[in-house]
Design a protein around this ligand. Structure first.
Ligand SMILES: [Zn+2]
Length: 272
């Protein structure tokens, strides 16, 4: 499933294609909304934004909400380009004079009234978004200090979009490694320095992997690793998918676990 940085990058592409532009052609294949497709026509897109893992496309009278879950995908093409043939089904295609944005295979798609957005069950539960520049370290610490999080383990909380919105599987492992925290630690066991590290690393890594797609290691280290022949996939992370290989910091072998069936890798020495 894509994580915050990937969703925000998709939003930025869609924003460039749609924001301030008029919809000149529309295709809706969702039975629920087929008879409302003309509501898109000749309307201007006011704003495109990602919230957690959801995409919001704002028109003046409604907001198109979509959450990609496992299989959903947005594509953006020049309008003249034919839609690619692949094993995904088209849900919605929005065309401006120059571009077509298509949403494929997603099942969670809604046309919301503008006032319904903040109360939508997914949006309302989201914690602070770690990818957007407005979120601060202090805001994350204040949020994690809430009573409901205290007894929970970091390995569970870091996949909970109500804790830090935008963190997913690879970021969970990478944030815990760079914050030097064992995945089994609870929030209540963290001292002030550890909370600060957790918040700072969550922001730093999410923003770096937004700007430099999916790379969480120091960029200098990344270049060195590429220079000695490692592939992008082998060089991009500190610990994630690096199980049984030596830690870049201490040389200890990285361990692999699967809490809740989702991969989590960590260094037993740096994160003791
Ligand atoms: Zn280590």
């Amino acid at each position: 499933m894509p994580e915050g940085p990937e969703i925000h990058r998709a939003a930025s592409k869609i924003r460039n294609a749609l924001e301030g532009k008029t919809i000149e052609d529309i295709e809706v294949t969702l039975p629920r909304y087929m008879d409302r497709s003309n509501e898109f026509l000749d309307k201007t897109v006011l704003k495109v934004e990602a919230r957690g893992k959801a995409m919001l496309i704002h028109f003046d009278t409604f907001v198109l909400y979509s959450h990609n879950q496992l299989y959903g995908r947005w594509t953006v093409n020049r309008r003249a380009t034919e839609a690619k043939k692949w094993n995904r089904s088209l849900r919605i295609a929005l065309s401006t004079k120059t571009h077509t944005c298509r949403l494929w295979s997603a099942t969670d798609i809604l046309m919301l009234e503008p006032w319904e957005v903040s109360g939508h069950q997914y949006i309302a539960k989201l914690g602070p978004d770690v990818v957007i520049e407005e979120t601060t370290t202090e805001e994350l610490i204040e949020h994690m200090n809430q009573k409901r999080f205290q007894r929970k383990r970091l390995k569970t909380l870091l996949l909970d979009q109500g804790f830090f919105a935008g963190i997913g599987n690879y970021l969970r492992s990478e944030v815990l490694f760079t914050a030097k925290l064992h995945p089994d630690r609870t929030v209540s066991s963290l001292d002030e320095d550890e909370k600060t590290r957790l918040a700072e690393k969550a922001l730093f890594l999410s923003r770096q992997s937004y700007k430099v797609p999916g790379i969480t290691v120091d960029l200098e280290l990344y270049e060195q690793l590429r220079d000695i022949g490692l592939s992008r996939g082998q060089a991009r992370h500190w610990v994630f998918t690096r199980n049984d290989r030596p830690c870049h910091q201490c040389g200890e072998l990285i361990l692999h676990t699967r809490p809740g069936g989702r991969r989590l890798d960590y260094c037993p020495t740096c994160q003791s």
